[in-house]
Design a protein around this ligand. Structure first.
Ligand SMILES: [Cu+2]
Length: 194
């Protein structure tokens, strides 16, 4: 009798999986706040390590201009190649030496591009050897469902299959917030740091 029950529950589980994968993907919208203010430097992602791999569809750029990196915070899926163009008027020497991806691109002149593949999950802190005020963050996540907040503290996660996911939210200075989110049409993911 126990064996039959197991088979039935397994079949039910398969039916649920089929029903979920048959539902249309949705765009998850949400907001991030620190206290009561929008947090424009936050990134949010749903954990989905078994989500299908797809080839990188577009260039992802961390620009150097006016002695600044742009954007200040970048979130990418693990395996993404990021372009580091020098669109400034001076040489830069971009590097990351602590956590995440470690690299040193050396001095390179205006008008040239170097690339880095962020091939494992985690946070990389990006600096320039010449200009100590230049700093940026690259968060590599093992998920295709991620987004960065805009100036209003709002973000979008496109093409999410409906279902329940663990989520994480990070901002410079942290801490990383975690929780569970049921992605379904019309439901927003609102995250708040105290
Ligand atoms: Cu520099």
């Amino acid at each position: 009798m126990r064996a039959i029950c197991f088979c039935l529950s397994l079949t039910a589980g398969l039916c649920v999986t089929v029903a979920l994968s048959g539902a249309a993907d949705i765009e998850v919208r949400g907001s991030v706040q620190s206290g009561r203010r929008p947090e424009p430097n936050a990134v949010v992602w749903l954990e989905a390590p078994s989500a299908p791999r797809t080839p990188q569809a577009r260039r992802v750029v961390l620009d150097q201009k006016n002695l600044m990196f742009s954007p200040h915070v970048l979130v990418v899926r693990v395996g993404t190649v990021v372009d580091f163009p020098n669109n400034d008027r001076v040489f830069h020497n971009v590097f990351s030496f602590r956590d995440g991806k470690r690299f040193d691109l050396g001095m390179y002149p205006v008008g040239t591009v170097k690339q880095v593949t962020f091939d494992r999950p985690g946070l990389s802190r990006i600096f320039c050897n010449i200009h100590p005020q230049m700093a940026a963050y690259v968060m590599a996540v093992d998920s295709p469902y991620f987004g960065a907040a805009d100036r209003a503290g709002e973000f979008r996660l496109p093409d999410v299959p409906p279902g329940t996911y663990p989520f994480q939210a990070w901002k410079p200075g942290g801490p990383t917030l975690t929780g569970s989110f049921a992605a379904e049409p019309g439901k927003t993911l609102d995250v708040q740091w105290p």
